[in-house]
Unconditional design. Structure first.
Length: 762
């Protein structure tokens, strides 16, 4: 039932709420789903509801289960409720994260799953150490089948609520040619033998107990008069099943979430959980929080139009009482470096107009995109911070790669040699490394020379001596190659031949894929420097940056995932191109389902902006030393025209993309569409001959569109055989003309296709 509004005067925690928020607080009985859009004050409603249950004595604090995803969120909720109801909140033992609440339960019933109440909760390092022991005992090559891969697989199974008996042959095939299930079972037995569990077990064991022990389930169903869940769209299957079991008796469950902000499927979140709430709890009341207190109408309208292209959603429309403000700005630039320059210029202009650096945020889809912004900001002295990760050159894989390069460039760099001598693993244990150090100190020589001398003795065991000798030989060979091979290519060759690339490829986690992307970006960054020495000197200056500016305002650079829940006055959304955002890897692996999550990510990105949102796409990206044409993201084509101001820094006046978009014409209409293509993406015209990939069941669809369908008027002062100059490719001879596109044989870059507006007669 719905509790009537209390008589005047209203409690303070209700007085400041809008009508839907008030409804979420006062509807105390029965299942309630609060669909809380971005910036709609869901935390205020959630904490007011919790305070209301206590203040009106509908339940004792100990009879309320309130779960969140982070300790920070749980702490904030406790502090807010404390301000309303005072010390009563201290009697809430069941307010916390999913894992902390499950751990508290499990310690009371540990014996039911073969544990003692004082069980140990393993951290990641202990978990990997145990798995490595099991892999070794099973006579499996850990280099080919890394423990980290098995850990990720087991974690995924536990997120789904699967015990070893639930693993079928198809699932088991994912590790060591069908031995995944066997090792999962051995791992669980080993955990019980040492009276331990990992984080996934906290919920999995309690789920097992609630399913098999009717008396325990009924005890908790009677105890919890009310259940409240924050960020319900982020629950995995195990969490969902656990909550559904606990709520089935009283059905007084209130879930707060936003299906449009479900962006964590890669760590087990199931958006289907929130979509089927009304099916799981018939008669549930759905309350939509749609009044946004954060962003301007233009920003909200743009975000709403983009997310409306998703089919799997419950639906809501954000609105605000704020003034209209600026339209969203869409900017087309030539390439990545120009993108970084343009953002830096915009930020400096904002600063000159009285703004602060920390008003601004740059949101990227992938971490490797931060590198060009970092380099540009360091060059001009613009302060910045990386949130949710390391600065580009501080990341472990980048430090490892740089260590290889430093040893090749400077053999006496002992710190670099220490870092790479057993990375990846070469069977060189602590004793072998200690012998290298001992000889180096005794003879006063660098570690590389000491290692070379050890290889000529019997001091090391045969396998270690052979492995070390191979590394020393490789370093010498790479040093010789550095005299003839371009340093970016040398970097790629070192990473491949050292086994470092293979090590990351064998680790099939999402993090490993990102690390490989970072190494690709590292090699690309080297192309901008004449020599390896110049590049390493640049990196040294970068690493020394920011040593003495702690506490000063800085521009924030972060991924869109890390930005969820945050807000900034001005947000720059960069790299909005097909293949980058939406991510090509996501589309290839997940098809339409992944496309919808990528679109939710775009929605989250846009709604981080309070006053100004700038979206930037580049016509070209440099990949493995080659310039590749890019098509603007389909999400750009889904933006509503009336809420967007488009411009371009490229020649030709008004943005070509804007012209196509305004006319609602489709120069790509003749091209086959892959499954899951959202409406409007083909309207986003690109310069040159764009190539896109479709994730239609892994099928690759090459899309080539003639520039003639949207080209500007050709120039009359350019002829075949004429010598011209291009700012990036240098001098060349015009070999062909098609509309305003030229085929030019450049002296140092080979034949390229460019627009005539980018060249001048030589």
């Amino acid at each position: 039932m719905t509790h009537p509004a209390p008589a005047s005067p209203e409690p303070g925690y209700i007085a400041g709420l809008n009508e839907p928020q008030r409804d979420a607080v006062l509807t105390t009985e029965g299942p309630v789903l609060v669909l809380a859009g971005a910036g709609t004050g869901k935390t205020a409603a959630l904490t007011a509801r919790l305070a209301h249950l206590i203040a009106t004595r509908r339940a004792w604090p100990s009879e309320i289960l309130a779960v969140t995803f982070t300790n920070k969120a749980a702490r904030e909720m406790r502090e807010r409720v404390h301000r309303i109801v005072g010390d009563a909140v201290e009697g809430m033992p069941w307010l916390g994260t999913f894992h902390s609440v499950a751990a508290k339960m499990l310690r009371r019933h540990a014996e039911l799953v073969g544990l003692q109440s004082n069980f140990t909760i393993l951290d990641t390092d202990d978990q990997l150490r145990l798995l490595k022991q099991l892999i070794l005992a099973a006579d499996i090559d850990e280099k080919r089948w890394p423990a980290r891969q098995l850990a990720g697989l087991i974690d995924r199974w536990k997120n789904r609520g699967w015990v070893p008996a639930d693993i079928d042959a198809a699932e088991s095939e994912a590790y060591a040619n069908g031995r995944g299930g066997e090792l999962y079972d051995a791992y669980q037995q080993r955990l019980k033998a040492v009276n331990a569990c990992d984080f996934g077990d906290l919920l999995l064991h309690m789920l097992t107990i609630l399913k098999t022990q009717r008396d325990v389930l009924e005890t908790y169903q009677q105890r919890f008069r009310y259940i409240m869940v924050d960020e319900y769209q982020d629950t995995n299957s195990s969490q969902y099943l656990w909550l559904r079991l606990l709520a089935q008796e009283r059905k007084n469950i209130c879930c707060v979430g936003d299906d449009d902000q479900s962006i964590y499927s890669w760590r087990g979140a199931e958006v289907a959980n929130i979509l089927r709430f009304e099916h799981d709890f018939p008669g549930a009341k759905v309350i939509r929080l749609e009044q946004n207190y954060r962003s301007t109408p233009h920003i909200l309208a743009a975000a709403s139009q983009v997310i409306a292209n998703n089919g799997q959603r419950l639906g809501k429309t954000l609105w605000t009482a704020l003034e209209s403000g600026e339209k969203i700005t869409v900017i087309g630039v030539w390439d990545g470096p120009e993108e970084a320059r343009r953002v830096a210029d915009e930020i400096e202009s904002h600063r000159r107009q009285g703004g602060r650096y920390d008003d601004c945020a740059i949101l990227v889809r992938a971490q490797h995109q931060t590198r060009e912004f970092e380099d540009r900001f360091i060059a001009i002295g613009l302060p910045y911070r990386i949130v949710g990760g390391f600065r580009f050159y501080e990341r472990a894989e980048i430090r490892d790669a740089l260590a290889y390069l430093r040893v090749v460039h400077q053999p006496a760099d002992d710190l670099a040699f220490e870092r790479i001598v057993n990375t990846p693993k070469r069977g060189l244990g602590d004793k072998a490394v200690a012998k290298i150090h001992t000889l180096a100190r005794a003879e006063g020589v660098p570690l590389t020379l000491a290692a070379a001398r050890l290889c000529d003795t019997d001091e090391l065991a045969g396998a270690a001596r052979k492995s070390l000798g191979r590394l020393i030989g490789d370093i010498a060979r790479w040093r010789d190659l550095s005299n003839s091979l371009a340093h970016p290519e040398l970097c790629r060759q070192i990473l491949d031949e050292s086994g470092y690339t293979a090590m990351l490829q064998a680790d099939r986690s999402a993090e490993s894929a990102g690390r490989l992307e970072n190494l690709t970006e590292l090699a690309r960054a080297m192309e901008e420097y004449d020599t390896l020495g110049d590049f390493l000197e640049h990196v040294s200056l970068v690493m020394d940056n920011d040593a003495n500016d702690a506490g000063q305002p800085k521009v924030t650079i972060m991924t869109v995932h890390a930005a969820k829940g945050l807000e900034f006055d001005t947000v720059f959304l960069v790299g909005w191109e097909e293949g980058l955002f939406p991510s090509q890897r996501a589309l290839d692996e997940g098809g339409t389902k992944s496309l919808e999550e990528e679109r939710r990510l775009a929605y989250v990105a846009i709604t981080r902006a309070r006053r100004r949102c700038v979206i930037i796409h580049a016509a070209n990206r440099r990949i493995y030393g080659q310039w590749t044409s890019s098509i603007p993201s389909r999400f750009v084509g889904e933006l509503p025209e009336e809420h967007v101001e488009a411009e371009t820094t490229m020649s030709g006046g008004e943005s070509l993309w804007r012209a196509q978009w305004s006319e609602r014409t489709d120069p790509f209409a003749h091209i086959e569409r892959g499954t899951g293509r959202g409406p409007g993406w083909q309207r986003a015209a690109a310069l040159g001959e764009p190539t896109a990939r479709s994730g239609n069941g892994g099928r690759i669809v090459e899309v080539k569109a003639s520039a003639a369908s949207y080209a500007a008027k050709p120039r009359s002062d350019i002829e075949i055989g004429q010598r011209v100059f291009h700012t990036k490719f240098g001098y060349g001879i015009v070999e062909g003309i098609e509309g305003n596109k030229l085929a030019i044989a450049f002296e140092h870059s080979g034949t390229k296709h460019v627009l005539d507006s980018f060249v001048t007669p030589a």
